[in-house]
Design a protein around this ligand. Structure first.
Ligand code: NAP
Length: 265
């Protein structure tokens, strides 16, 4: 019996089999969770249905987090099917591509800033707000995905930095408010992984190569590794962990300067 047996979970943010949410869904399914999925736009529907089929799920729901009606409809469908929910995985982020190439001040706009924050940060609060009534009395958990750019300035990450900083503040405020209801809220700060969203950041290949050279483990991380940590964090094994950002980055954020040998390697 897996450590998520009996848990019912919503997985958002699958755009391809390389999506971080896809690695999370696989790990959670392996540990016995029953899954529902959301997809954004008809284009992604069949891909998400394939993953749902592979994890014996038939609840596949449309969700554009900029639409309140979609959020309401998703949780109504979950209430009808399951009457409650134990876990919400928020694996959603977006900023207009032109804001992710060049300098921060050079590219930032009022509209782009608002959009990045709406989709990447506010949406976590919106999902938490909608899930809350369905999570009562269940030792429930919400989890989001963030990146080091929330905490440190990272070239080209630009407006996503402030958006992720806002998301991480959401983790703490939501954890504080939902803790008395035994609902936990955490974030995973993942190292760079080649996904569709990542491909939108100019110079992403450079981020992968620096992380590989500088991380204590001297490699990049995988969606399977993020998935395993996510499965743990939303399970009862992590019952005293809330309001935290857990780094799954091969140790990168703990290094101040790259460790190089005398030969410069
Ligand atoms: P991904 O596969 O492209 O997933 C991003 C997901 O967000 C996609 O399914 C995307 O759908 C969805 N999304 C965007 N706008 C949305 C909206 N309005 N409503 C609903 N869904 C929307 O990329 P990923 O790398 O797995 O990203 C997942 C999360 O991990 C993001 O929060 C990202 O910032 C974070 N993260 C990624 C990395 C990395 O290096 N890859 C590192 C740390 C953290 P569409 O494709 O239709 O837009």
């Amino acid at each position: 019996m897996g450590f998520l047996s009996g848990k019912k979970a919503l997985i958002t943010g699958i755009a391809s089999t390389r999506s971080i949410a896809s690695g999370i869904a696989e790990a959670m399914y392996r540990e016995g969770a029953e899954l529902a999925y959301s997809y954004q736009g008809e284009k992604l529907k069949s891909r998400v249905e394939d993953q749902a089929h592979a994890t014996k799920s038939s609840l596949v729901l449309p969700l554009d987090v900029t639409r309140d009606a979609d959020i309401e409809a998703v949780f109504k469908a979950i209430k009808d099917a399951w009457s409650g929910i134990d876990i919400v995985i928020h694996s959603i982020g977006f900023a207009p591509r032109e804001l992710l190439a060049g300098g921060y001040l050079e590219t930032v706009t009022r509209e782009g800033y608002a959009m990045a924050h709406d989709i990447s940060a506010y949406s976590f609060a919106a999902l938490g707000k909608a899930a809350r009534p369905l999570m009562q009395g269940r030792a429930a958990a919400l989890l989001t995905l963030t990146y080091l750019g929330a905490d440190r300035a990272v070239p080209q990450y630009n407006v996503m930095g402030p958006a992720k900083a806002s998301l991480e503040a959401n983790v703490r405020y939501m954890a504080a408010e939902l803790g008395p209801e035994n609902i936990r809220v955490n974030g995973i700060s993942a190292g760079p992984i080649k996904t569709l969203a990542a491909a939108g950041i100019k110079g992403f290949r450079g981020m992968l190569s620096v992380a590989e050279k500088v991380s204590p483990l001297r490699r990049n991380v995988t969606i399977e590794e993020v998935g395993n940590t996510a499965a743990f964090l939303v399970s009862d094994l992590a019952s005293a962990i809330t309001g935290e950002i857990i780094y799954v980055d091969a140790g990168y954020r703990n290094v101040g300067l790259p460790y190089v040998s005398e030969s410069g390697e």
